[in-house]
Write a protein that binds this ligand. Structure first.
Ligand SMILES: *Cc1c(COP(=O)(O)O)cnc(C)c1O
Length: 365
């Protein structure tokens, strides 16, 4: 009698299906398209590298880094440098994360969970919603208007109805690129009882900030990252706010979440912030040039306070995206039918040469 043997892979599949939580099984993994051999304008990275001399100095700093030892669990040198540059009050703290993605997770592990609501205007940064699903919280996305401005009445009504434990506001917003109106955000902060996280990932390009407001409001913290400024590979995000909130979050943070190499490199880079500001100014100038060129070609370009542009290719987003891929240029297709993102594409501003390649690819379309 032939015995049908179930392969070890199939057994593992069955066991995983049985034991992995249904909410996790229902997720689709965050997809990053391959970029090899392509001009990468899809992930809001800074295209510039460091001057050779600065790179040598950095390698000197890393030389002899004690990789056999655990890092400083509080990453004090990094936090002190950030504290000073943010001019925080004595009762305000800085907390670090392995990217701001980790901080979003720490905040939600502390505040969200079953029976609690996480809220954000949508479309916005997808991690707020993904992490809400991991922690078993309900995510309520409040639609922005067609021009991606806040819908005041809808937002205030949703706050009253759901009493969210935390509201995430990307300021400026990703993927739309715009800054929401400050008076409307103040109304939202005052209407909310739970925490409002102002995510300033694009601060170096936007200038505008709520950092001075963390002392005025009992429920505001500000989150930033070094990623978009030029250090995406380092994975360092930070949160500034009242000690009352941050001391609680710190209990959830895994010890040693910021590794030795990141700690040394971050201090080195923060001591040279003028370089990153100068690069940001160049990127902003390029952004305006690319925006004008897109407008001239008949695309609708949305206002941006970031290092990317959202634009609409009426009826041809997918074809435009594929055509650019054929020309080795990778951008992001955000098209979702019957939403404000219909026919929308997002391009990160690169070097002048990269932007020219992008515009040349479009011209041939
Ligand atoms: C890119 C981005 C982040 C994530 O930054 P990391 O520090 O690289 O994890 C957070 N918020 C917004 C709005 C972003 O666009």
């Amino acid at each position: 009698m032939p015995v049908t043997r179930v392969s070890p892979q199939d057994q593992a599949e069955a066991r995983a299906q049985k034991w992995v939580r249904p909410s996790v099984r229902a997720l689709t993994a965050y997809h990053v398209p391959p970029a090899e051999g392509r001009i990468k304008l899809d992930a809001m990275e800074n295209p510039y590298q460091w001057p050779a001399e600065m790179e040598q100095e950095w390698l000197q700093c890393l030389h002899g880094a004690p990789l056999n030892r655990y890092p400083d669990p509080t990453a004090n040198a990094v936090r002190e440098r950030l504290r000073a540059s943010l001019s925080l009050a004595p009762d305000q703290l800085v907390m670090l994360g392995n990217g701001s993605d980790e901080l979003i997770q720490i905040i939600q592990l502390s505040l969200a969970g079953p029976g609690r609501v996480v809220m954000a205007p949508v479309p916005t940064f997808v991690m707020y919603q993904m992490i809400a699903r991991f922690v078993g919280a309900e995510f309520v996305g409040v639609p922005l208007r067609d021009d991606f401005t806040l819908d005041r009445d809808r937002m205030l009504a949703a706050i009253h109805r759901h009493d969210p434990s935390v509201i995430f506001i990307a300021y400026p917003n990703n993927p739309s690129g715009n800054l929401f109106e400050r008076p409307l955000l103040q109304e939202i902060i005052e209407a909310a009882d739970g925490l409002v996280v102002i995510d300033e990932a694009y601060h170096v390009f936007a200038g505008e900030s709520f950092i001075a407001d963390i002392g005025h409001y009992a429920n505001v913290v500000v989150m930033r990252t070094l990623s978009k400024m030029g250090l995406a590979g380092l994975r360092l995000g930070y949160l500034a706010g009242a000690a009352a909130w941050l001391q609680q979050f710190d209990k959830v943070r895994l010890p040693y979440n910021i590794n030795v190499l990141t700690q040394i490199s971050a201090v080195f880079a923060l001591e040279r912030s003028a370089l990153f500001e100068e690069q940001a100014a160049r990127i902003v100038a390029e952004r305006e040039r690319v925006a004008s060129a897109l407008t001239e070609r008949g695309f609708t370009v949305f206002p941006s306070a970031t290092n990317f542009l959202l634009f609409r290719a009426a009826g041809s987003a997918a074809r435009t995206y594929e055509h650019l891929l054929d020309h080795k240029v990778l951008i992001k297709n955000l098209h979702q039918a019957d939403t404000p993102l219909a026919d929308c594409l997002r391009v990160t501003v690169g070097t002048p040469e990269e932007n020219d390649a992008f515009l040349a690819g479009l011209r041939q379309f």
